[in-house]
Design a protein around this ligand. Structure first.
Ligand code: SIN
Length: 486
């Protein structure tokens, strides 16, 4: 291990099933790399269907006891988990930066927000209310109660290796469900460190399980196994559709947090400095590898040149490098496929007439670094308009009026996040309503928090994470008609 952690026991290279730290049945491991240096960080068990089945069995057995624990006590256990995460924030941030690449400041922020989700849902555990319904007949009492769905499978991505686990697992556990998690193969160590702290917090054996390894086999078992009653997935729309199809065979509930193609609209009455500050946060956080990243930056004709120059000044100040170095604000991309994709999109735009005002090519400080880029003169016939870039590239489109901006913004099959900047209060309301997205930032480039519903419409997903809605994703409504005649 090349990390200097205060608590070395947080760096786990085994999976976590039924409260035991285990290797693959075959004994096989695969390496996990640091994307900034290409060094091997450690090994990860290469598990498949058999180990996943065992984890699901453990979760099924543990469900019997966990769902009976009173909500207040489940909340106390989750609260302990949250406190331990905060106590070990620095080590968890080091692990995350090493496996994912993001700057340490962002990793620390992600750990804090992961703890925030757990704290939020610990509280929500106590508020899973049912209701009474006035009956038409005096001999009946009608009511509903909410009960945990059962065993939940969670497939989480590499871009937010801790937060996505907190966001899915804490509401599931708070609701009384048990979980089997498959973290992304690029970032297993954040997940395993969280599991170590969950164990220390007293989450009973089998309630939280982590399986690492072959995505296809693990996913097939999770989707086919009838004991799993819900699948929660964050990842691409393409994979989400396949998982939904597979879940249909056992009629599982699904929560899908899928791809985006976020418009970021700057109207000519906007505060341009504010818009630049927010587009920087929205576009370049996590090297542009978030599904809510500004993907199409649309600027009204009258302020296009001024906005582009101000953005270029801000982008030129970005410090690119390994995330664990002081002052670095932009780390590497996750792997070579990511670099090839981003570079391909930029080349296509340049070939079709766009100009690179800043950047426009990979950076030679390592294999996975890309220059923060601003493209001007970008048009709809370029691939970058239609694809999720997932990289530090800001393409600027020009529009004439509000109707055109809204039509352009909505002309996509995605509907996750949208942003716009305007100082006209009438427009702020009109555009907020007209944008076909699950989340809208009106004069704001940031959206997610534990208190608010995160999720998309159209092909960006189903369901909401966070807020008072998040826990409902893991509860079933049971209607009880109580006859009062004896
Ligand atoms: C993402 O899911 O990629 C974004 C997560 C967030 O902003 O919280």
């Amino acid at each position: 291990m090349c990390l200097s952690l205060r608590d070395k026991s947080l760096f786990r290279q085994q999976a976590f099933i039924g409260g035991n730290w285990v290797d693959a049945d075959s004994g096989r491991h695969v390496p996990v790399y640091n994307p900034a240096t290409n060094d091997v960080l450690g090994q990860m068990p290469w598990m498949g269907a058999a180990e996943t089945r065992r984890a699901i069995e453990c979760a099924e057995q543990a469900l019997v006891g966990w769902k009976k624990i009173i909500a207040k006590d489940r909340a106390t256990i989750l609260r302990r988990w949250c406190n331990l995460i905060l106590e070990h924030k620095e080590d968890l941030a080091q692990i995350m930066t090493a496996e994912q690449g993001k700057p340490l400041s962002e990793s620390r922020g992600e750990i804090t927000s992961s703890a925030g989700y757990i704290e939020w849902f610990a509280e929500e555990a106590k508020r899973t209310y049912g209701e009474t319904i006035p009956a038409a007949n005096k001999d009946q009492q009608l009511l509903t109660i909410r009960q945990p769905i059962g065993v939940v499978a969670a497939i989480t991505p590499w871009n937010f290796p801790a937060q996505m686990i907190a966001r899915k697992c804490s509401p599931a556990l708070a609701a009384g469900c048990t979980v089997v998690i498959k973290p992304a193969p690029q970032t297993p160590y954040s997940a395993l460190a969280l599991a170590a702290l969950a164990q220390e917090a007293g989450i009973p054996d089998g309630v939280l399980n982590i399986v690492t390894g072959k995505a296809g086999e693990i996913g097939d078992e999770m989707t086919a196994n009838p004991a799993v009653r819900k699948l929660s997935f964050t990842g691409s729309t393409v994979v989400g559709k396949v998982l939904m199809e597979k879940c249909a065979l056992t009629v599982k509930q699904v929560s899908m947090e899928l791809g985006g193609n976020a418009p970021f609209i700057v109207f000519d009455d906007a505060n341009l400095d504010l818009a630049v500050r927010h587009v920087m946060a929205s576009k370049f956080r996590n090297s542009g590898q978030t599904c809510v990243c500004a993907n199409r930056i649309m600027v009204q004709k009258g302020v296009y040149d001024e906005f582009a120059s101000k953005l270029a000044v801000a982008v030129n100040k970005i410090q690119v490098g390994p995330g664990n170095e002081a002052d670095v604000t932009l780390g590497p991309l996750i792997d070579d496929r990511a670099i090839d994709k981003v570079d391909g999109l930029v080349k296509d735009a340049l070939d079709k007439g766009a100009k690179a005002l800043v950047g426009g090519a990979p950076l030679d400080i390592g294999e996975l670094f890309y220059k923060p880029t601003v493209l001007t003169g970008v048009t709809q016939n370029m691939q970058v308009f239609h694809k999720e870039i997932f990289g530090p590239v800001a393409p600027l489109y020009c529009f004439e009026d509000e109707d055109e901006a809204i039509a352009l913004a909505n002309s996509t099959r995605y509907g996750l996040a949208a942003y716009f900047f305007s100082r006209d209060v009438g427009r702020v309301w009109r555009v907020s309503e007209a944008l076909e997205y699950g989340m809208v930032g009106a004069n704001s480039g940031t959206l997610s928090s534990e208190a608010t519903p995160f999720g998309g419409i159209k092909e960006s997903g189903i369901g909401r994470e966070g807020g008072k809605y998040g826990i409902q994703e893991f509860l079933e409504i049971k209607y009880i008609n109580m006859g009062l005649e004896e």
